[in-house]
Design a protein around this ligand. Structure first.
Ligand SMILES: NC(=O)c1ccc[n+]([C@@H]2O[C@H](COP(=O)([O-])OP(=O)(O)OC[C@H]3O[C@@H](n4cnc5c(N)ncnc54)[C@H](O)[C@@H]3O)[C@@H](O)[C@H]2O)c1
Length: 284
């Protein structure tokens, strides 16, 4: 946890001694890997104790088992982030079990069902989308910061909220079915900026990791349900529309970016939107 950056034998991005809560650490059912699982595995490989949180108990248990099988340290918490009390319980559990919180990654998202025939979504589904994509981020950011305020040192905590380029650009001709997702991510971007200002004096950093096209289970499922595209067709569509032709990243690229933001090496960065999008929002 030292910040003696000039040491020749320094181990880069060392998270040992840190407790990192990863919200969305399970993954949607299906083949492949999700961002939250990859971030959890990589944070544990870099020495963090991982508090793996998800709505899906089987998926998050699997993430914990993968970490333990590699000799890492982790435990699971089942929670629905749409519920404020569940968000509070995540951080109460972390404090009771681990005694501290140094990092929090909010890697949760949902795309509620959308009816193409009537071009509509029920109010209940719309609200559920906003509550999961945005309100949960608000609560987890606040509760994480309250834990981190108790830490001492020049870098007392790092919060990484995972956003999407759907909050800033409409690359692929998204339809209004994406609204609870896109609006939720706009809110998440703003939660990051306001919290970064509020908590900077306490040494707590808050950044957005804004992802572009990543080959994850959820992305492939949503491409299918929102656009009728399978995984290969989704990659082809990105290459057709996005001029830089960098295609899609794997979840490991986002995991390495998250570990950078969690580590002391990024201690001068706060309130930023780090875009990991293969340049998709740069040149169109
Ligand atoms: N894959 C992409 O192309 C892409 C692009 C931009 C942003 N992202 C973001 O990356 C993050 C992770 O998504 P992913 O694609 O890796 O999918 P994922 O399925 O691996 O992760 C989403 C996780 O959130 C959990 N979850 C859903 N609702 C929840 C709730 N109410 N409470 C607790 N957990 C809940 C799911 O069970 C799942 O484990 C999301 O924030 C998503 O918006 C992904």
């Amino acid at each position: 946890m030292s910040t003696d950056f000039d040491r020749r034998d320094r181990r880069a991005f060392d998270l040992s001694g840190k407790v990192v809560v990863v919200v969305g650490a399970g993954q949607s059912p299906g083949p492949g890997m999700g961002n939250g699982r990859a971030i959890s595995l990589l944070a544990a490989r870099h020495g963090a104790e991982v508090v793996a949180v998800d709505l899906n108990p089987a998926a998050v248990k699997e993430t914990v088992e993968m970490i333990l099988a590699e000799g890492g340290n982790a435990y699971a918490v089942e929670a629905d982030v749409a519920e404020k009390d569940d968000c509070q319980r995540i951080f109460d559990t972390a404090m009771q079990t681990s005694g501290r919180v140094d990092g929090m990654v909010y890697s949760v998202a949902t795309n509620p069902p959308f009816d193409f025939e009537t071009n509509s979504m029920t109010v209940e589904n719309f609200n559920r989308g906003i509550n999961v994509n945005m309100l949960g981020c608000y609560h987890c950011t606040l509760f994480a910061a309250q834990c981190m305020e108790r830490n001492s040192g020049d870098t007392t905590g790092s919060i990484v909220n995972i956003s999407s380029i759907a909050s800033v650009k409409n690359e692929l001709g998204l339809n209004i079915g994406i609204m609870p997702y896109a609006l939720g991510k706009c809110g998440l971007n703003q939660i990051t900026e306001i919290a970064a200002v509020q908590y900077a004096p306490a040494g707590i950093r808050v950044n957005t990791l804004m992802l572009g096209p990543i080959d994850s289970v959820l992305a492939n499922r949503d491409s299918q349900s929102l656009f009728g595209l399978d995984a290969d067709e989704a990659t082809a569509r990105h290459n057709e529309v996005v001029k830089l032709k960098m295609g899609r990243a794997s979840v490991w690229e986002s995991a390495y970016a998250a570990v950078y933001l969690l580590s002391d090496e990024s201690r001068f960065m706060t309130g930023q939107q780090l875009r990991l999008d293969g340049g998709a929002t740069l040149v169109r």
